[in-house]
Design a protein around this ligand. Structure first.
Ligand code: NAD
Ligand code: DAU
Length: 341
């Protein structure tokens, strides 16, 4: 069995590479990543010693490259994590999001169709559903909630989802989609809320909270997300969408205060700054379908997960300090310079 993981040098893709190699000995895994600013090969450095693992640098939107890779490797499964993922960046430069998230996904779908891939799994997001009001805690996103994206990022992910479902209906390509809530855990790039607060608070710098900090996110530990995708890959029904989330809603201000408390840093570091344009108010996943059909439920509660995450960032300062200094970008040359030229 040969699996292509795209975006495996990023946060969730990197965790998924480690998870799959550990859970499925003998599975051959190719990690394809362009190594944009968000890709860091050090995240998967320890996988290099595994003979079943290999890394390829490339762009999912580069059709010639992707087709020759698929022809050579004859993948059984594809899991597509590769994406531009930061909402704030999509507000500054939407074009990069359309190219990678929409065009890149379509190129992968074409290659999967041409070379007979047995399962194409698209890693999507709860953001495709738009947002929920703060004063209706009874409302949740289900797989039937209409797509209603707010940002260029979520619009590009919604576009990709529609393409994936169209390849199922039109070409019978065996696809599945997962739509997950906000992830946290090791190896998250320090532009996203939790690692941003951690890295800044440890340097006694102010931590920026958008607007009033009342926006709500539904947090899930990345390992629970990886287990959910694995289960969909093995047992999910073709053509189906599965929401993944853990009923773990927190306001941004609560998250920031929790992290500051775990670090022993004062709340006076909190700085309320101008709001994100179009800022989604609340995300909340109903994970009943994946629970019912695939017996998946979260195993890591937020209190444990956040304590483990804080500990990981404290013990792995080198990983994120090299990102802040830009030094991580030399890793590819050091690791692969001679091998790949
Ligand atoms: P990330 O930004 O940490 O990683 C993205 C990876 O994709 C990077 O390694 C980057 O180099 C790579 N990449 C970008 N453009 C590429 C291209 N054109 N070709 C090949 N590789 C490319 O992202 P993440 O947070 O790990 O998210 C992974 C996936 O999960 C995304 O599809 C995202 O939409 C989805 N998702 C994320 C979350 C979350 O909370 N982070 C939640 C739900 C869904
Ligand atoms: O819900 C899943 C999505 O979660 C994924 O699809 C995205 O790829 C991922 O980036 C994440 O999107 P968010 O916009 O929710 O994540 P972010 O970490 O950027 O922000 C979390 C919340 O914190 C959000 O309400 C904005 C707020 N925020 C963020 C930053 C970076 C702040 O208040 N201050 C900040 O500095």
């Amino acid at each position: 069995m040969k699996l292509l993981v795209t975006g495996g040098a990023g946060f969730i893709g990197g965790n998924f590479v480690h998870y799959m190699l550990k859970q499925h000995p003998g599975l051959r895994l190719v990690n394809l990543d362009l190594l944009t600013y968000a890709g860091n090969l050090e995240t998967v450095g320890s996988a290099e010693s595994n003979a079943d693992y290999s890394f390829v640098r490339g762009d999912i939107a580069d059709r010639d490259f992707i087709f020759s890779l698929f022809e050579r490797e004859q993948f059984d499964w594809v899991v597509n994590f590769a994406a531009e993922t930061h909402v704030d960046r999509s507000i500054v430069d939407p074009g990069a999001f359309v190219r990678t998230n929409v065009v890149g996904t379509q190129v992968l779908l074409d290659a999967a169709k041409t070379f007979g891939v047995k399962r194409f799994h698209q890693v999507s997001t709860d953001e495709v559903y738009g947002d929920l009001p703060l004063d209706r805690p009874d409302l949740f996103f289900t797989e039937k909630t209409p797509l209603s994206a707010s940002s260029p990022y979520s619009a590009s992910k919604a576009g990709a989802d529609l393409l994936v479902l169209s390849y199922f209906r039109t070409f019978r390509l065996p696809v599945t989609i997962s739509r997950c809530s906000n992830n946290y855990g090791p190896y998250q790039f320090p532009e996203k809320l939790i690692p941003l607060i951690l890295s800044r608070a440890l340097a006694d710098q102010e931590v920026p909270v958008y607007g009033t900090g009342e926006n709500v996110r539904d947090w899930l530990h990345v390992e629970d997300h990886c287990r959910g995708i694995d289960r969909i890959l093995h047992n999910g029904r073709e053509g189906e969408v599965y929401n993944i989330g853990g009923h773990n809603e927190k306001t941004n201000l609560d998250v920031v205060k929790t992290v500051l408390a775990a670090l022993g840093k004062p709340e006076t570091l909190i700085r309320f700054v101008s709001d994100r344009p179009g800022h989604d108010r609340r995300y909340a996943i109903d994970p009943a379908k994946i629970g019912r059909e695939l017996d998946w439920r979260p195993e890591i509660c937020f209190e444990d997960g956040i304590a483990r995450t804080v500990q990981w960032y404290l013990e792995n300062r080198g990983w994120w300090e090299k990102i802040l200094s830009g030094e991580y970008r030399n890793y590819f040359d050091t690791m692969y310079g001679e091998k790949l030229g």
